[in-house]
Design a protein around this ligand. Structure first.
Ligand code: ASP
Ligand code: MG
Length: 415
């Protein structure tokens, strides 16, 4: 079987859904597949809009929350109508916002934000059915079992694999299953989310559980490029790369695939394709187990919204020797994502994503160290660099910190 994943941009309107149908038909017509699992994100920018609903409700701004909610529903209703579906008959969308003021912000977040994927998959499944395809809609909160770490739920692979395998065995083949990316559920039936942009990860997990022959992520770019085309005018496509390269690229901040995507695939040596949804016959990029050499062009990766935190010992003790485990314990417990580390005898600096968790972490670090920080930074990683390339990259930028090895340069730059 194969797994296809469609992101929000690919299903942002009715034309996108029709294009998905075209791609799905190509897959089942070429007879090479014993079934297709289609993992879908929320339509367009729905996840951001749902986040705003929760924020408004938390701030007690009920009217604004309701307006935002109505806009989201209207957006989906418009797409349904354009696809020839009848709202209320073909699909009944959630009427009320599932917000419970007695629950924590993060738990409410998951109950509300997960609806984006529920709506997109319902619309797509019913549409494909009406086009005569044999389709099953899967409700991932009942199938992908997670713990209750709201907004960043950890997947229970053993339970999920067993449930999903059994579900797949029951379906008639060859056929199509439509499932939500990004969301799962707890033992007692609460919806959870796996972290923003987590649909790729869902696709990889399902690929792993069902021993897929391949996983394909359909995107609005030709494949994996050596730089972000919005920043660099001359980009080239990387036709094939190794798992380790893909991990490094996504860890460095390349927004092409979610960093957690590779491991479940690598475990089972399943190839991952990244292809343009606008040109399904194009070869795109292949991340593959073997026969692939290192990338042979310089690769530029920006990781935005970084903060550089520097810790200095309060009493001139050697920070490194005595405090490393303490520092990293605080960082880990506060869910900071470290992108770079630099140390000297008495200081240690970490560059981390500037998330909502940073202020609390800094407070905790301040109890033990003198802490200073710089925000509004970006981390530029250049793989396959040369002195020449590096000089050009540094030109005109304010560099806060740089780390270079023979082939890789990492620059922390003011935004
Ligand atoms: N819809 C979710 C998000 O926008 C998950 C995803 O797109 O992968 O973060
Ligand atoms: Mg998305």
């Amino acid at each position: 079987m194969r797994v296809y994943k469609f992101g929000g941009a690919s299903v942002k309107d009715a034309a996108g859904v029709r294009n998905l149908e075209r791609i799905v038909r190509l897959a089942i017509n070429d007879n090479k597949t014993d079934g297709l699992m289609v993992v879908v994100s929320a339509m367009g920018k729905t996840t951001n809009a749902l986040e705003r609903v929760v924020e408004f409700l938390d701030a007690g701004k009920e009217e604004q929350a309701l307006q935002q909610w109505v806009d989201i529903i209207d957006y989906h209703v418009a797409i349904m109508k354009e696809l020839g579906l009848t709202p209320g008959t073909d699909i009944r969308l959630q009427g009320e916002i599932p917000f419970d003021p007695t629950l924590s912000h993060d738990e409410n977040y998951d109950q509300v934000v997960s609806l984006g994927e529920i709506m997109s998959t319902q619309i797509i499944a019913v549409y494909l059915l009406k086009q005569g395809l044999s389709v099953e809609w899967w409700n991932m909160p009942k199938l992908l079992r997670t713990d209750d770490t709201w907004r960043e739920a950890k997947v229970d692979n053993e339970t999920s694999a067993a449930v999903i395998r059994a579900g797949w065995e029951r379906t008639n083949r060859p056929q199509i299953v439509i499932a939500q990316g990004f969301i799962g559920g707890t033992k007692d039936g609460r919806r959870t989310t796996l972290g923003r942009e987590g649909s790729d990860y869902t696709a990889a997990l399902i690929g792993n559980y069902l021993d897929a022959q391949s996983v394909t992520i359909w995107k609005d770019v030709p494949g994996i490029l050596n730089a972000d085309p919005r920043i660099e005018p001359n980009t080239v496509l990387i036709p094939s790369l190794r798992y380790q390269d893909a991990v490094e690229l996504s860890y460095s901040g390349a927004q092409i695939i979610h960093p957690k995507t590779i491991r479940p695939l690598e475990n089972k040596q399943i190839p991952l394709f990244v292809k343009p949804f606008g040109d399904p016959q194009a070869s795109g990029s292949k991340i593959a187990p073997d026969g692939v050499g290192p990338i042979d062009v310089p690769v530029y990766i920006w990781r935005k919204n970084q903060i550089l935190i520097t810790m200095r010992a309060k009493d001139f003790a050697f920070v490194l020797e005595e405090s490393l485990s303490e520092i990293f314990d605080i960082i880990h417990r506060n869910r900071l994502k470290v992108s770079l580390i630099q140390s000297s005898a008495v200081t240690i600096s970490v560059c981390v994503d500037n998330t909502r968790f940073v202020p609390a972490a800094i407070e905790e670090l301040k109890e033990h160290f003198n802490v200073s920080y710089n925000d509004r930074l970006s981390l530029l990683t250049i793989r396959g660099t040369t002195p020449d390339i590096l000089n050009r990259a540094k030109d005109g930028k304010t560099i806060m910190l740089s780390q270079t090895t023979r082939r890789t340069a990492r620059l922390v730059v003011k935004e």
